[in-house]
Design a protein around this ligand. Structure first.
Ligand SMILES: [Zn+2]
Length: 387
């Protein structure tokens, strides 16, 4: 029966690549579910769901713009991803100058000029509404909007809802996966070669019924998922119905229906909110450091206009307070995150507080233009070195 090998191989390749997406720019993927409560956090253009039917996936992007009571700018501040998806040239608008905001091909346009990626953190109507508000109400509204990006409890709640409602789909997916593994092992000839003629005969009579059962489980799971699409209201862009239709025709793409149903179900937030909610301690410390360092030592902003700088300054101050509160829930402080590292070589005497690279004597700024700081020396019990 080993002529089935190529069919089995194609089936499992389709299964392995199911749900993988190549985004236009690097994004965060937080994948969780199952017995362990710590999710996997990845940053890159390729986003992959978990392997098993109980997994869900949440994708987040850095906030692509800065807001202030004065105006709006497409500079990225408080970015967790490295390297950042920052624009080469900052574009800033005063609120009074904004006449129209539109979306096309995944980009936000302000007054007809391409502004920033449409990530959902601020929608085009929201931006236009902000521009039309009176100054006092606008500042209040911006603060409310910023608050919406830092709600880990809300993300956890939505995960609980998704897990609860997709319980039966997940069980059917589990049965389907186990059946497909069994069929593959059998069709590959591993088991058949060890069976007696009589047993092979008996298997041959059961097989059609077994296949019928597998097909019933497959269709049942997809139909159940289809009915859930309406109950799990999306809050972001999604293509669940199209994906479900393709899953109906291609069983290897129908074994992660929970992840499929989670598409568009999670509101866009700051990536750190998702990492606080689901990531482990080490992941949180690493990504939180990136955010805090980006807020303290922004790079590539030398040519920004005074307006862009003013907007960014207000935004950074606002974000820093929120980030401190967010990481504070995980017993982290910005002081701990930014503590100087210990020298990694005897010749190292300074480090870049943003990228953490260490430098020997003679350097005063890192290649990104960030001023270097003295390193922490390991305790040697003699006269204290450094400052
Ligand atoms: Zn540096």
């Amino acid at each position: 029966m080993s002529e089935w090998i190529s069919v089995i191989a194609v089936f499992w390749i389709l299964w392995a690549i199911d749900g993988a997406r190549l985004a236009a720019r690097a994004i965060f993927s937080v994948v969780g579910g199952g017995w362990w409560r710590v999710g996997r956090v990845a940053f890159g253009r390729l986003s992959r769901p978990g392997w098993w039917p109980w997994g869900w996936r949440m994708t987040m992007t850095d906030v692509p713009l800065t807001l202030s009571p004065v105006g709006v700018c497409n500079r990225l501040e408080g970015s967790a991803g490295r390297p950042t998806n920052a624009p080469v040239r900052a574009q800033a608008w005063r609120w009074e100058a904004i006449r129209d905001v539109g979306v096309a091909k995944g980009w936000l346009y302000v007054n007809g000029a391409r502004f920033c990626a449409a990530t959902g953190h601020v929608s085009a109507p929201q931006l236009l509404a902000l521009a039309r508000l009176p100054a006092m109400a606008r500042e209040k509204r911006i603060r409310v909007l910023l608050g919406c990006w830092f709600r880990p409890a809300h993300l956890r709640r939505r995960v609980r809802v998704l897990e609860g409602r997709t319980q039966s789909v997940m069980i059917l997916n589990g049965i389907l996966l186990a059946s497909c593994v069994l069929l593959s092992v059998f069709a590959a000839g591993v088991i058949a070669s060890r069976l007696s003629d009589r047993s092979v005969e008996r298997v041959a009579t059961i097989l059609p019924w077994f296949l019928l059962g597998v097909a019933a489980v497959h269709f049942g799971a997809v139909i159940l998922a289809w009915r859930l699409v309406r109950r799990l209201k999306p809050v972001a862009a999604e293509k669940r119905r199209t994906n479900l239709f393709s899953a109906l025709l291609m069983p290897p793409q129908a074994m992660r229906l929970r992840a499929l149903l989670g598409d568009g179900f999670f509101p866009p937030q700051h990536p750190l909110a998702a990492i606080v909610a689901f990531g482990g301690e080490r992941a949180l410390a690493a990504w939180a450091f990136n955010v805090v360092a980006d807020l303290r030592w922004p790079i590539g902003v030398g040519d920004d206009s005074p307006l862009a700088r003013e907007i960014a300054g207000w935004f950074r101050a606002e974000l820093e307070v929120r980030i401190a509160a967010l990481v504070g829930r995980a017993n982290l402080t910005t002081a701990v995150l930014l503590a100087p590292p210990v020298a990694d070589a005897p010749a190292s005497c300074s480090y870049c507080p943003r990228c953490r690279d260490q430098f020997v004597a003679g350097w005063t700024v890192c290649p990104h233009g960030v001023e270097l700081r003295p390193l922490r020396r390991p305790q040697v019990g003699r006269t204290g070195a450094g400052k």
